[in-house]
Structures are given as C-alpha cells and as structure tokens.
Design a protein around this ligand. Sequence first.
Ligand code: SOE
Length: 405
Amino acid sequence: MEKIKVGIIGTGFIGPTHIEAIRRLGFVEVAGLAETSQEMAEKKAAELGIPKAFGDYREMLRDSEIQVVHNCTPNHLHFAINKEIILAGKHVVSEKPLAMNSDESAELLELAEKLGVIHAVNFNYRQHASVQNLKAKITEGDLGKVNLVHGSYLQDWLLYETDYNWRLAPEVGGKSRAVADIGSHWCDTVQFVTGKKIVEVFADLATVVPVRKKPTGNVATFGAQTAEDMKYEDVPINTEDYASVLVRFEDGSRGVFTVSQVSAGRKNRLSFEINGSQASVFWNQEEPEKLWIGHRDKANEVLLADPALFLPEARSAIHHPGGHNEGWPDALKNMMFNFYTFVRDGKSLKTDKPNFATFADGHLSMCITDAILESNQQQKWVKVLKHGDGSLASKGPAGPFTAQL
Ligand code: SOE
C-alpha cells in the first residue's frame, strides 16, 4: 500500500518531534519540509533525511504528492497558514493555538468543515496511555460523579530575566502566553478525561518578570543560550508568566488551575486531581505511568501503566508491558497514529468519532483563552462563548515566516 505523504512547515523545536512520531508509524512518509529560505530548507532536509526542501511553503502546498500538512510555525502564522492548507485541499495537523483569537479559529473550523478536510490540533497530553485509561474509567463511573477538578501546569524555562523566546512577544506569540501555551493543554486534558466542557472562568494573571533581557540572536523554545547570544537589550513584557483560573464546568461542577513558566524545578509538570463522589485520582505528566487513586474507606492505590490492567478502550495507547515506561514522545506518537489511521481508513469527521483533538477542540480552547483574558481584565466571571460569526471573509495570506519555534 502507498504510504501517506506528508509535508512539514517549520522545523524549530516542535517540527522535528512531529517528524519522529510520524516515522514511528510505518505507513506515513515525511516527503517534504518548508522553511524560511531555500538554503535553510535544504540544510534542515539534509539533517532530517527528507527528500524535498521548499523555501516557500506555498510551493509545497502546490505539490500534488503531499496529502497532509503539519503547521509547526510560530503562533502568529497559524491562522493564515492553516487557512491556506485547507484551501489547498490538504488534511491539516496544526500546532496550538489554532489562531490568534476565537474569531479566527471559528473561521478555520467552518472552512475545514466546508471543504471536508480532516483537521487536528496537537493537544498531545490527552494521548498518554494513563490518560486514555483514566477517561475510560471515568466513563465507566469508577469515580462516581465528578465534583472537583484542580491542578496546575508549571515550567521553569522562563524563570530568569535573561530567558527570552519569540513566545514573549505578543505580536508573534499572541496576547496570552502561559494560558494559551500551557493552560490550553491543561484545559484540553481535563475536559477530555471528564467529558465535560468548561463554560465559565474567573482569572488572575500576572507578569512576574516585567522587563527581560532579549538576546540579539534567535533562541528556540527550551533552547540554552550560548556565549554569542550574550548581547542583550531590555524589553518590557506584557504577556503573563503566571495565571490562576477558577473554572465552572457545564454540569455545575467546579475547578481551578494554576499555570506558570517561572517555577524553578518544574520542567513540564502538567498535573491534575479529580475528586469524584466515590474516589479521587491524581496524574502528573512528569511521571506519566502512575495514576494515584484515592479512597475514603480503604487504602489508596497507585495504578502503574500496564496493558494487562488497562480497560480495553485504552489498550491501543500502550505499547509495552508494565514497567517499560512510556512518556512524552509516545503520547505524540499516539496522536499521530490516531490521526493517520483515520486518514488511511478513509474516515470522515462528519460521520466518525476521532480519537484526537480536532479544530473544534482548538476553537473551544481559543474561546476559553479569550474568556480568561477578559475575566482578568474585568475582574469578574466571564462565560466561555463560542463567538466568531465564522464568516469566511478572506484575511490576507501569511507571508514568509521568520521566527524560530
Ligand atoms: C513551551 O511552553 C512548550 O513547548 C509548549 O508550547 C508545548 O505545547 C508543551 O507541550 C511544552 O512546552
């Protein structure tokens, strides 16, 4: 059988992780990549062993061999490039956030549905084997009624005033930083496991480091700075390093989460606790094989990920026997596997239920972010509205992308 042919736009931090996950599938081939210049594209294609290099992503969109395109560019380019991918009739996997605001994400969702392409947004944390198993457990009623959901997503890669990255500039990263970048993952994961949508928020945001020292060169996400980068200019920062958000779910249940990119020692700690009427659970992305299960009338348990102990619905998400721990790259591989089997099997989002986050989830995430920003500004509860009239009126194409992911 012919392999599905894929093109990747952007090869900073996240693009190569997509490429690696795709290559583990076996039935999908990364046929091309696009970068900011022909020279850069050829250099990256040689490094990553990809046959076709494009200095202009639009040329790649015109290549009839390419069936699916991954948008791994910086945030400010997501909307326009996603739109062009859809208009080129290709299936699309986009990095989050889908766009710069929920009007734009509404437009993308409507366009993708109209043109019938398969659309996915890379909310990868829901693809961890233990998270898939937890969803099945909650659906079976193991926790009873879910009453409370709380947790945090903490990182430390922006702790120092000398830490700088394109995500800090609102015109590139967007008007929300910590909420859009990592709060979006927390919300997606807990909405996925509980099966309940967040409908109202009350937020408090803060910029802990108000002025940063920007190196004169580009710094990739999680990238260490070298001696050559040591020339700085002072820049004022007006996106949040920190947020705490009270949330209400559609059935009236409550929750709260904190996000921070300035918490020393916390590298990529997405964690949540769910308290149900019969039992509780706690999960932490940095130790993804463990699910703590809390009881009132008997000893608490830790369920170590093990196919023999998982519910049948979650077994396809775990690939090794218990104790052979799986982690972040494996969750990303599950995301790609679920997307590409959907494409390979000729399924349609109109009739089949996907096991990956679609542009509908990406749009919901944008609506939550918009509501959080409004709540912080107005210091009151704000409803998560699916706003955006979805008008397909054209916004101009993206132009060349210049920042590094
Ligand atoms: C940076 O905060 C980042 O790379 C996010 O952009 C990713 O979505 C998250 O998975 C890890 O951290």
